[in-house]
Design a protein around this ligand. Structure first.
Ligand code: B4P
Length: 189
């Protein structure tokens, strides 16, 4: 299997670039944001819990998020050539659990694609998406909180994966295709 993490601030293009990577490499996409939004739309108990965090711009607690991820990996592994983990991990404990989870299955992360985009551009993109997305977290106040959470809790993962030798820094400004070309220049599979 070939396993990638796609990493970056809110609105950095993780979901957008994941779609193109799936088309190119046939990998299986696991977007924790999408999984949570599906639960919210279906009105499940998990969805109600997820909504109470997402609508305020906060992260879902690690233990819950790790259980959700493990169940996605288990259900998708038999048919998969490899995974794109989009939006997971978002904390150091999540990264440690992901490494353990993959190791148990004889697998590992091959590369972490870090989409590097300044906060003002992230804010613009999310406000623009908010005009049509209907997402409870694409408004100015929640975006500010998401950026704070990103800088305080998620961005230390950059150093974590640099030390691990897996981090590939990608300049995240430009057209979607230009950014995709930068990403694939780092992938050999
Ligand atoms: P996510 O769903 O992961 O969403 P995201 O950070 O908003 O977006 P992404 O980077 O995928 O942006 P996109 O490509 O859509 O998370 C949502 C919430 O779920 C989190 O805040 C958290 O509460 C919760 N959650 C998820 N995972 C969790 C975890 N592991 N632990 C705890 N909580 C978790 O791009 C954004 C916009 O920019 C789009 O409109 C796109 O068209 C545009 N865009 C993209 N690339 C562009 C480019 N090059 N130029 C111009 N526009 C571009």
């Amino acid at each position: 299997m070939f396993n990638l993490v796609i990493f970056g601030g809110p609105g950095s293009g993780k979901g957008t670039q994941s779609e193109k990577l799936i088309d190119r490499y046939g990998l299986t996409h696991i977007s924790t944001g999408d999984v949570l939004r599906r639960e919210i739309s279906a009105g499940t108990e998990l969805g109600k819990i997820a909504d109470s965090y997402i609508s305020k711009g906060n992260l879902i607690p690690d233990d819950l998020m790790v259980r959700i991820l493990a169940s996605e990996v288990d259900s998708l592994t038999p048919s998969s050539k490899g995974f794109i983990f989009d939006g997971f991990p978002r904390t150091i404990p999540q990264a440690e659990e992901l490494a353990k989870m993959l190791e148990k299955r004889g697998e590992k992360i091959h590369a972490v694609i870090g989409l590097e985009v300044p906060d003002d551009v992230l804010t613009e993109r999310l406000l623009e998406r908010g005009k049509s997305s209907g997402r409870a977290d694409d408004n100015a106040e929640t975006i500010r909180q998401r950026l704070d959470v990103y800088h305080n809790t998620t961005s230390p993962l950059r150093e974590y994966y640099i030390k691990d030798g897996k981090y590939k820094a990608i300049h995240g400004l430009g057209s979607i295709d230009e950014i995709f070309d930068r990403i694939i220049s780092h992938i050999s599979m």
